[in-house]
Design a protein around this ligand. Structure first.
Ligand SMILES: NC(=O)c1ccc[n+]([C@@H]2O[C@H](COP(=O)([O-])OP(=O)(O)OC[C@H]3O[C@@H](n4cnc5c(N)ncnc54)[C@H](O)[C@@H]3O)[C@@H](O)[C@H]2O)c1
Length: 332
């Protein structure tokens, strides 16, 4: 199969590309190497993917929010399916840089839908986020729940992506699957995320910022479990048969949570990081951040039922795996 992977230099995109290549698919990656975080980390991820993929991996350095540039870059290249993981991520950054989100997550998402429509691809799998649940009180979060009250612009753009995708599934019968990721972590992760930031600071003997006095819980999902779920979904496009799909659409549009189905206290994660680093953390206890939510917990009934999704990596294994990778990568 020939797969277009957007955000191929990103944390999840590079990991998905790697597994697609390992099983024999061809991957065309797109990424603009956005400087939101270290571009040398993005280069290193692509280097790793290139070695695995050899001549079955091609990378295009292109901004997908630029439609004319995107069409030109893709001219003469073919693909059967798309995994759209490129986006401007981060909840807190969306309070200060709103236009980065409108550009990559709204215009960019629409452009990828247009490409999928024009090429009549068999399936488009795209990234949404657990942040669409906002401050919902009902836990665990289920795809049937209402998600009309986002707490950040980031969350609002992800909800908008789901709505735009629904329209394309309706009007153009495009088979689409949206995945609401829950706090993904693991080797080759993202430097702006909690597990990375805390590990970095503990190893430097610097204080770690702990919001809401540590009274936070997250459903942390290990990267290998996420990749397995993405690829299982990619392989099984929703049928255009009028039946209700996960998330409630009667169009060929399924929507799933993809999480670990365990909500872990942030203080427990700090303990695991301390253990793996072999030193104590200094805590800088801070108030709740605007835009943040106190707890996430994924109900994964729908994706387990439809795609056999079953996460296998508890945080007790995933956190030391990450810390060991981090120390080896930076030689610390
Ligand atoms: N990592 C998580 O915990 C998490 C949680 C919820 C949702 N998500 C979503 O999953 C997807 C992948 O996340 P990630 O953690 O791999 O993030 P990431 O930032 O590591 O990867 C995204 C990649 O997209 C690229 N990109 C951004 N805008 C682009 C544009 N306009 N044109 C081309 N490339 C562009 C970036 O350079 C980056 O390499 C994103 O949609 C994100 O919002 C991630």
């Amino acid at each position: 199969m020939d797969v277009l992977v957007t955000g191929a230099a990103g944390f999840i995109g590079a990991a998905v590309a790697e597994v697609l290549l390992q099983r024999g698919d061809r991957v065309l990656g797109i990424d603009n190497f956005d400087p939101y975080y270290s571009t040398s980390l993005k280069e290193a991820r692509c280097q790793r993917v290139s070695v695995i993929g050899a001549d079955r991996f091609e990378l295009i350095r292109q901004d997908f929010a630029d439609m004319a540039g995107l069409e030109q870059a893709l001219a003469g290249r073919s693909f059967d399916r798309i995994v759209h993981l490129g986006a401007q991520p981060g909840v807190r950054y969306s309070l200060t840089h709103p236009h980065a989100y409108s550009r990559s997550n709204l215009v960019g998402h629409l452009n990828i839908l247009e490409i999928a429509r024009a090429r009549e691809v068999e399936h488009l799998v795209y990234a949404s986020s657990s942040s669409v649940y906002g401050g919902n009180a009902k836990l665990p979060f289920a795809v049937e729940d209402r998600v009309d009250h986002p707490l950040s612009l980031y969350a609002a753009t992800k909800k908008a992506d789901e709505l735009m995708s629904e329209t394309y599934a309706h009007l153009f019968r495009l088979p689409v699957t949206g995945l609401r990721f829950f706090t993904v972590y693991g080797p080759w992760g993202r430097p702006d995320m909690m597990v990375w930031r805390f590990t970095e600071r503990v190893l430097r003997d610097e204080p770690i910022p702990v919001y809401n006095g540590g009274e936070m819980m997250r459903d942390f999902t290990y990267i290998d479990d996420i990749v397995a779920g993405v690829i299982n979904c990619l392989d099984a496009p929703p049928a255009d048969d009028g039946t209700a799909k996960a998330g409630g659409s009667t169009k060929p549009h399924a929507l799933y949570n993809i999480g670990n189905n365990r909500s872990e206290p942030v203080m427990k994660m700090i303990g695991l990081i301390e253990e793996a680093c072999g030193r104590r953390a200094q805590l800088d206890l801070l108030p709740m951040q605007p835009g943040d939510v106190t707890q996430t917990h994924a109900d994964i009934t729908a994706i387990s039922r439809d795609h056999g999704f079953a996460p296998t990596t508890p945080v007790e294994i995933g956190v030391p795996n990450f810390v060991n990778w981090y120390r080896a990568f930076y030689g610390i």
